[in-house]
Design a protein around this ligand. Structure first.
Ligand SMILES: *Cc1c(COP(=O)(O)O)cnc(C)c1O
Length: 387
């Protein structure tokens, strides 16, 4: 049996995979099992921040791998401590909890918010307002936080304690806050799985103001947009707000699993020993890789991300095959006149990998994709969209 058939036979049927087996890569080029080359504009869903087998990241990971691969959280470990320090220095936040995925990072944020509500506002102040069309993960609690009914069907009862407001409608948020005992508002500044839609600045300002006046925590889910992808280190920085908690995962690991919950002043000391934990959380190999990734997201790289974003937007907006481009930085949603599935399949046949978000073609290239490869891939996307 070939790999596709073995996978179909033995791997749980939760994924609709593209008909492609990837075996290796270098930077923004990946190769399938017949040595066909593709330019990768998906980076494993915004995970391979510096592409495949990036030399510096690989060296950092391998160096740690041959020292000690895991310690458990019963002991101190240098990469974990240094990564937490760097995250706080770079963001002005105060403390970090490490886990293994975006969903887990959000679970921790939800725990922190519930504890905050209980402590500062009183018993029962545990409700969190999230937005319609959001995506916060696949565990039963982060599914409940996700404001999309399609994800909820079949898995009820979900964790209670979430109410949903329309994105960009501050009055709807105010109404929910007035009607429920709330402790926090949680949002993605760019809704990724929801169709790559950036929230409006006025709405975010309104959320920040409401959070101040109603003593609510602002929780930014930076799992996809974070770590340089927006053109700033974290997406919320584009809006000039300071969340009380932000969560991230995907790109910070550079390809290894890591979840990060970053706590600001108001919740820095919310946890005591025993209140949260993770066996693999803060794994030294993942943290050593993440330290390398974070250290390279500097002003020069961010400038390049913004420049490449401008280039993509300008090129695509001139195409008669493309209706609109949404998003921020190198997280873009492309609405084509042709169905997204057709465009994605034909891009693949022409050597370019892109993915989907709702009915859009989603672009998540490596932050350091070489200009030449980016230009070639965008040219192919335009040709396919105009067919
Ligand atoms: C991917 C994603 C998650 C879930 O991350 P996992 O690592 O798959 O658990 C949560 N929030 C956002 C915004 C995401 O894009």
């Amino acid at each position: 049996m070939n790999i596709k058939n073995i996978d179909k036979t033995y791997v749980a049927n939760t994924y609709a995979r593209f008909p492609l087996t990837l075996v290796r890569g270098s930077g923004s080029l990946v190769y399938d099992d017949s040595e066909r080359e593709y330019i990768d504009l998906g980076t494993g869903i915004a995970v391979n921040a510096f592409g495949v087998c990036d030399k510096e990241w690989t060296a950092a990971v391998e160096a740690q791998l041959s020292k000690i691969q895991h310690t458990s959280n019963l002991y101190y470990s240098e990469p974990c401590a240094l990564l937490a320090e760097q995250l706080c220095i770079r963001t002005g936040m105060k403390k970090v909890f490490f886990s293994n995925s975006g969903a887990e990072a959000n679970e921790c944020a939800i725990k922190a918010a519930r504890e905050y509500g209980e402590r500062t506002k009183g018993s029962g102040y545990s409700t969190i307002v999230t937005l319609r069309n959001s995506f916060h993960g696949r565990t039963l609690t982060t599914l409940a936080a996700t404001g999309q009914d399609v994800f909820h069907e079949r898995f009820t009862p979900l964790t209670p304690g979430f109410v949903y407001a329309d994105a960009n409608d501050i009055d709807d948020v105010k109404r929910l806050v007035a009607q429920n005992k709330c402790c926090a508002v949680m949002f993605e500044v760019v809704q990724g799985e929801g169709g790559v839609i950036a929230l409006e600045r006025d709405f975010i300002d309104g959320l920040a103001e409401l959070a101040r006046s109603e003593d609510l925590l602002l929780i930014a889910d930076e799992v996809q947009i974070g770590n340089g992808r927006s053109g700033m280190l974290y997406g919320y920085m584009n809006y000039g707000i300071k969340p009380d908690i932000f969560t991230t995962a995907k790109g910070i690991g550079g390809g290894l699993p890591i979840g990060v919950t970053v706590l600001g002043e108001r919740v820095a000391d919310i946890f005591e020993p025993g209140m949260n934990g993770s066996t693999f959380g803060g794994n030294p190999v993942c943290c050593a890789g993440a330290l390398n990734i974070l250290s390279r997201i500097d002003e020069a790289l961010l400038c390049e991300v913004r420049e490449k974003s401008r280039y993509i937007r300008e090129t695509l907006s001139r195409s008669k095959g493309i209706k609109s481009v949404s998003g921020l930085g190198l997280m873009l949603g492309v609405e084509c006149f042709r169905p997204a599935d057709e465009v994605i399949a034909e891009c693949r046949e022409n050597g370019v990998l892109v993915i989907k978000a709702k009915q859009k073609v989603r672009l998540l290239p490596a932050l350091n994709i070489p200009w030449e490869q980016l230009e070639k891939a965008i040219k192919i996307l335009v040709e396919v969209a105009e067919k």
